[in-house]
Design a protein around this ligand. Structure first.
Ligand SMILES: NC(=O)c1ccc[n+]([C@@H]2O[C@H](COP(=O)([O-])OP(=O)(O)OC[C@H]3O[C@@H](n4cnc5c(N)ncnc54)[C@H](O)[C@@H]3O)[C@@H](O)[C@H]2O)c1
Length: 301
């Protein structure tokens, strides 16, 4: 079996695939233009989020049998088309849950205490003690939209901080530390709203102008899930009007996103889609990528 590594992958994972007898070529900075030429030689490919596996690429990859995506979201792969050609699409869904949950908690505390803004002020040589009076998160209601792997990790941690955690989900989830409520009630009553659901047709702009209008004044929004779940224009207006007191964003409708207009607002803090970007998650993703590829190899070759 010949596998092409198209995005950065832990060296240990590459070593264990080779040890299992797989021929592995590493071209982890391969360009989109070069891929159609080389991919037909391979039985398998490993990607993260950078490499896009769209229909035209799948159509030329005549030997391809498996795509392993290191990470959760499969939005960079035309999954249905790959599967229609008999290509298996595997991912590593649980490897980064704790990392994303910790980023979410970090963002809530940062919003409550203006940590990034206070740091910028100190670096500018100022001492704006009064300006940075914050609030506690303890006793505040956190509403999670989507409570799967990451949502549950956030719920446990936020509950330990003394927050009143509620969530909404399309499936029934049993969680000792949080109650499941209707979307409308969550939107109306939460002090913090954090998204933890995929971006699909049904969740596109789940936070839109109407949703923002129904929220409590001074609500905080955190999105470490996927861009497109929040209507960014509506969020911009809601911050300008004072309805939303602040927002923390790790994901955007367009990525990469440079010079985004939301970042012209002081109340917005954020990062360039780094939710899964920790040493521990990278190691776990690598181990799971190798496990999935070796499993496929043993079953099919
Ligand atoms: N920022 C990052 O780097 C990063 C890293 C990993 C995952 N993510 C994203 O985080 C999100 C959550 O990941 P996860 O591993 O917890 O996924 P998951 O599949 O375990 O959980 C998603 C939950 O959302 C629920 N859901 C789906 N549609 C819904 C709707 N319309 N209303 C309410 N709930 C709905 C599902 O029932 C499920 O319980 C995904 O979008 C994933 O891509 C981001």
């Amino acid at each position: 079996m010949k596998v092409l590594i198209c995005d950065p992958t832990a060296p240990e994972a590459i070593a264990s695939m080779r040890q299992a007898g797989i021929e592995v070529d590493v071209r982890d900075d391969i360009s989109a233009d070069a891929l159609p030429e080389v991919l037909p030689d391979y039985d398998g490919m490993v990607v993260r989020s950078r490499t896009k596996v769209r229909t035209p690429l799948i159509d030329v990859a005549t030997n391809l049998k498996v795509i392993v995506r290191g990470g959760v979201g499969l939005d960079n792969i035309d999954v249905a088309h790959a599967q229609s050609k008999g290509i298996a699409v595997l991912n590593t869904p649980a490897a980064s849950s704790v990392s994303v949950a910790e980023l979410t908690i970090g963002y809530m505390l940062s919003l409550a205490r203006n940590i990034p803004q206070a740091t910028a002020s100190m670096k500018a040589g100022l001492w704006e003690k009064k300006k940075f009076k914050g609030t506690e998160v303890a006793g505040k209601r956190l509403g999670l939209i989507g409570c799967g792997r990451i949502g549950c990790e956030v719920a446990q941690r936020a509950s330990a901080l003394g927050m009143d955690v509620v969530f909404t989900d399309i499936v029934c989830v049993e969680l000792g530390c949080a109650d499941q409520i209707e979307f409308d009630e969550l939107i109306r009553t939460a002090d913090y709203i954090s998204l933890h659901l995929p971006h699909i047709e049904q969740t596109h702009h789940i936070l839109d102008e109407e949703a923002f209008a129904a929220m409590k004044d001074g609500v905080y929004i955190v999105n470490c899930a996927r861009g497109g779940t929040v209507d960014e224009d509506a969020l911009f207006k809601a911050i300008q009007s004072g309805k939303v007191a602040g927002a923390a964003l790790d994901v955007y409708e367009q990525e990469p996103s440079k010079g985004h207009k939301l970042f012209t607002l002081d109340q917005v803090i954020g990062s360039p889609h780094v939710g899964a970007g920790t040493a521990e998650a990278t190691e776990r993703v690598g181990a799971e990528v190798a496990e999935k590829m070796i499993g496929f190899y043993k079953e099919n070759f």
